[in-house]
Design a protein around this ligand. Structure first.
Ligand code: ZN
Length: 456
């Protein structure tokens, strides 16, 4: 079991992971608000934390990964108004879409995916505790957290008070709250909002921040090991989560705070509000999951990651290089002697603040050396390659074999998919892909054109 060190946003230091319960690690990462299909930027934490869990398991820990779903929110109400559909239906549809899109990444599901609307009782309980301890007050049916009551407020984001603007505020809220930096824990039902729950201070729904405090505590308990999410959530979301739990429970929320950098596209953070998004489903259609996963691990999780057609093509080429080697390996040959230090360095790099680009470089050293030996006529076995690929979510490269696809009509379907794509009829292209999947074929877009890959 290697010691795993992580950069902790709260202390600003590289710190060893010391689990609350020896041998067991609980991770909570903030998941999507389900009002639109997720984009490549939203998918980054899903990939980072799913793979980080693999590292923990590889090192012998029992790991629990929780990624929540925010399914009641102003953005969902707005999407419901726009489409004339009840907000609960928007949330249900977009949750199903999120699950099927992330399923296509084939990294497994988190151990728990709590929904805010299924956690109302624990949320109300935490708000009641905050009111009782004098850290929150109700005003006009809303409930606010009193920032002035909690002296440690601001310790995560470390920014001056005048820059602490609570972005979730609405207009009426500004007049109701006692302090300008106070934030909503409970929002009274407004006209046009079609979902509300009863609470001692009036019908309404939870604020975004309190949902995560309550869901994390309910599943992982207090003082759990790693809280993660995008760096855009440090303030106000995570700052507020910390304040709520510490003030309401008198205990820390999490031991380590692990934040991933933003995916950037056209020199800006990829976000729906900027309007520069690429949907996860679209990116998967374009290059396939192997190349997309390779793209995600090519950057250090804490750094911004540039999204571009070239970056995806580079990743697709890297995948091809590994796949080509895998076809040359001889499963009956012994593990290649002398390559163990590469595999060790690979895992050491991951244990050192989850440095996937450094690990990936070691993987390609391994690939290069194996190819050199094969060129010399040596037989080369799989050795540690399967472990390394599995850590990066690329284990399928070892199993993948192209097969003849004629008898079941897959090639005809592939041609129809290409015709639909050329006509920019992406819905029809998606249907053809689904039909191929039902026959047991994945479509992978390579620089030489689309190819069929036998599933599993
Ligand atoms: Zn959250």
């Amino acid at each position: 079991m290697r010691e795993i060190r992580l950069h902790d946003t709260l202390s600003g230091e590289l710190r060893p992971l010391r689990p609350r319960d020896p041998g067991r690690v609980g991770i909570y990462a903030c998941g999507p608000t389900v009002y639109a299909p997720i984009h490549v930027g939203n998918a980054r934490p899903y990939v980072v934390f799913s793979l980080f869990k693999r590292l923990l398991e590889h090192e012998g820990y029992e790991a629990t990964l929780v990624i929540n779903i925010t399914d009641v929110n102003d953005k969902i109400y707005a999407a419901a108004r726009e489409s004339g559909v009840p907000s609960g239906e928007v949330a249900r549809d977009m949750t199903a879409r999120y699950v099927s899109d992330t399923d296509r990444l084939a990294l497994g599901r988190p151990d728990a995916e709590p929904k805010a609307t299924a956690t109302i009782e624990p949320i109300v309980d935490l708000i009641a505790a905050l009111i009782e301890r004098g850290h929150a007050y109700s005003a006009g049916g809303d409930v606010y957290f009193s920032v002035a009551s909690h002296l440690e407020y601001g310790k995560l984001s470390n920014r001056p008070l005048e820059q602490m603007i609570q972005s979730e505020d609405d207009q009426e809220g500004r007049f109701r709250k006692q302090g300008p930096h106070d934030f909503a824990l409970w929002k009274a039902q407004k006209p046009g909002e079609d979902t509300a729950w009863d609470a001692p201070w009036g019908a309404g729904r939870p604020g975004w921040h309190i949902e995560c405090s309550a869901m994390a505590e309910q599943i992982l308990g207090l003082d759990f090991d790693v809280h993660g999410g995008g760096s855009d959530l440090i303030f106000p979301h995570h700052e507020n989560e910390i304040a709520q739990t510490e003030a309401g429970r008198g205990a820390p929320l999490a031991r380590l705070w692990m934040h991933n950098g933003m995916v950037r596209f056209e020199d800006e953070k990829m976000s729906k509000s900027v309007g520069n998004i690429r949907s996860l489903a679209g990116a998967l259609d374009e290059v396939g999951r192997d190349a997309l996963v390779m793209y995600f691990v090519s950057g250090h999780y804490r750094q911004p990651l540039a999204y571009s057609p070239e970056a995806l093509r580079d990743a697709a080429r890297s995948v091809e290089r590994v796949r080509d080697l895998c076809r040359r390996l001889d499963r009956s040959a012994p593990a290649p002697a002398g390559l163990e230090p590469r595999a060790r360095a690979f895992f050491d790099a991951l244990a050192d603040d989850f440095n996937t680009p450094a690990a990936r470089a070691e993987l390609f050293e391994w690939v290069g050396e194996a190819n050199r030996r094969l060129d010399l006529g040596e037989r080369v076995g799989v050795g540690a390659l399967d472990e390394m690929l599995a850590l990066l979510g690329l284990e399928r490269l070892l199993e993948a074999r192209f097969e003849e696809a004629g008898a079941d009509g897959a090639e005809a379907l592939l041609a129809e998919r290409e015709a639909a794509r050329a006509a920019r009829d992406f819905a029809a292209a998606d249907r053809k892909r689904d039909e191929l999947a039902a026959l047991g074929w994945d479509v992978r877009d390579t620089p030489e054109g689309p190819r069929l890959l036998r599933r599993g």
